[in-house]
Design a protein around this ligand. Sequence first.
Ligand SMILES: *[C@@H]1O[C@H](CO)[C@@H](O)[C@H](O)[C@H]1NC(C)=O
Length: 160
Amino acid sequence: MSKLGLLLLVALATLAATTVALDTPYQLSGRVYCDTCHFGFETNVTRYIPGAEVHLECKDEKSDTKLVFRDATKTNERGRFTFHVGEDHGDQYCDVVLVKSPWPHCKNIDPVRGRSRVIITDLNGIRSFRRHANNMGFFQDYVFPVCSDLYKFYFHSDDM
Ligand SMILES: *[C@@H]1O[C@H](CO)[C@@H](O)[C@H](O)[C@H]1NC(C)=O
């Protein structure tokens, strides 16, 4: 490739990168796990689910059922999802919700940890456009045998 060609390529790549950054300022991410102990939170034997379907949904009012915005994505190999959101949703109620697990033995949504409220707006003084959603979980159909030992550890209790 000629020097000019290379220069042009670099310039175009830089332009593309800048455009993407401007188009999608908000990067919203979190992880999807399989609750292998049914504790309702993550433990050191929690598994993270690749390919889980997650939606981002926004409504105008808290009580609304009508969505004004929706996006869908799937978790990566480490169970992490990322939404790229182009515009401010500061005046809306937005939630990340679990939709579907690809694991047949771990597909029941935890009613408490199955959704996560997110704030997609330019928070005063916060320079970063990264936003974190609470991790969300599905219940495994059975619990690992080790969970009874872990219970004592996580709940500081001897009776189970
Ligand atoms: C998880 O934590 C418990 C309590 O500290 C420990 O006994 C166990 O070995 C840990 N298991 C794994 C897989 O790290």
